[in-house]
Design a protein around this ligand. Structure first.
Ligand SMILES: [Zn+2]
Length: 174
């Protein structure tokens, strides 16, 4: 799949493809398959699920396009009441989570592109995904590192409750 895929610079889009790089680590191409697209790669989803367990949840970041993928669906049979309202608030939080995720994506993309400029100087218009991954290898360590910085920046409250969610070694241990 990645043989013919190119990452554009400095935007970090995947050229001529219905998909994107993981919006957390920006290292893995993910295909758009609405409504079941993932915004996070398998490594980032592992790290997120591992961290979410510390809070008794399935997921901390809204890494799935469909609310069911984030553990946030409202069963149609659920009666009106506080439970349903709490779930609706959860869904609104997912919207806010997506906004934060795109903010994070832009910042992390800029950081990686800056780092690359420091390493190779002038940037080409695009590079094969394999080359991009050679420069920035995907994997648990990279995902744990990105996740920890994202939480520190956007959800410092979580780290106050449980500091392990910003501990890269702990996050990469799952
Ligand atoms: Zn990722």
């Amino acid at each position: 799949m990645s043989d013919h895929q190119y990452v554009t610079l400095p935007a970090l889009d995947v050229r001529d493809w219905r998909g994107w790089l993981c919006k957390v680590c920006l290292r893995m191409p993910l295909e758009s398959v609405p409504p079941w697209s993932w915004f996070g790669c398998a490594y980032c989803r592992n790290v997120d699920a591992w961290a979410a367990r510390a809070f008794g949840g399935r997921r901390l970041l809204p890494l799935g396009q469909h609310s069911i993928m984030n553990g946030g669906s409202i069963p149609l049979s659920m009666p009106e009441g506080p439970g349903r309202r709490a779930k609706a608030r959860g869904l609104m939080a997912i919207g806010e989570g997506w906004r934060q995720l795109s903010e994070w994506r832009e910042m992390e993309a800029a950081r990686l592109v800056d780092e690359l400029r420091g390493r190779i100087g002038d940037l080409p218009d695009s590079v094969p995904v394999d080359q991009w991954q050679e420069w920035f290898p995907p994997g648990l360590p990279a995902s744990a590192d990105a996740f920890a910085r994202l939480v520190k920046q956007q959800r410092p409250g979580l780290a106050e409750i449980d500091p392990r969610v910003v501990d890269v070694d702990w996050l990469a241990r799952n």
